[in-house]
Design a protein around this ligand. Structure first.
Ligand code: ZN
Length: 210
């Protein structure tokens, strides 16, 4: 194939035989929607290296990320108020933020740390109660234990467990306590620990506590 005369040089083999094409790329935002954009892809026809040789996509990616993060922030703040009864004023009060901080965030003026806090609150709205209790250790543990039972109940439904129970197991050198579940139609002794790793399987001697 003839050189397309792009003025670009392959950083790997030095060839100028570069093919430039537009490809659709997707930016995925945690708890937000994905955004599509057209990116430029350079392909060296001699060594088949495929990259953006001049990094011309980077500003575009950053701009898309900023837009998507701002849209996500607005959606999450609205959702906290609507679904979790966590108003902007309440969040400011329990986390001791200056008044109108949340309105600034909602209008797009926020740091990466602010977005991280809002994502955590969206995922675990009860963290606001912990903050309201001034991060009291006992209150936090009780709240976490209660939420753990609720989460296990949701997992029972979602992952098709037939039983969930709080259990404790002892071996020679370790002692583990936790909330466990048994999958439906599972005749073996395997116990699935309802964790983020759905495939986690443990052989445990289980003593049901409740
Ligand atoms: Zn090359």
């Amino acid at each position: 194939m003839n050189s397309p005369k792009t003025g670009k040089t392959c950083p790997v083999c030095g060839s100028t035989n570069i093919q430039v094409s537009d490809v659709e790329r997707v930016v995925d935002i945690p708890l937000g929607s994905s955004m599509k954009f057209m990116a430029v892809l350079d392909k060296c026809l001699d060594c088949e290296t495929e990259v953006d040789f001049l990094k011309i996509n980077e500003p575009k990616v950053q701009s898309i990320l900023n837009q998507a993060n701002a849209a996500t922030m607005k959606i999450l703040i609205n959702s906290l108020a609507d679904k979790s009864s966590l108003s902007m004023a309440l969040i400011e009060r329990v986390f001791e933020l200056p008044s109108r901080t949340m309105m600034r965030w909602k209008n797009g003026d926020f740091s990466a740390g602010a977005l991280a806090l809002v994502r955590l609150l969206f995922t675990f709205p009860w963290l606001a109660k912990v903050a309201e209790a001034r991060f009291d250790r006992n209150f936090s543990d009780v709240q976490l234990a209660l939420e753990g039972v609720k989460a296990t109940s949701r997992l029972t439904e979602r992952l098709n467990f037939s039983k969930t129970f709080i259990a404790q197991t002892k071996t020679d050198d370790s002692q583990i306590a936790g909330i466990f579940a048994i999958k439906k139609n599972n005749q073996s002794e395997e116990i699935s620990l309802p964790s983020s790793d759905r495939n986690a399987q443990f052989q445990l001697e289980v003593t049901p506590q409740v």
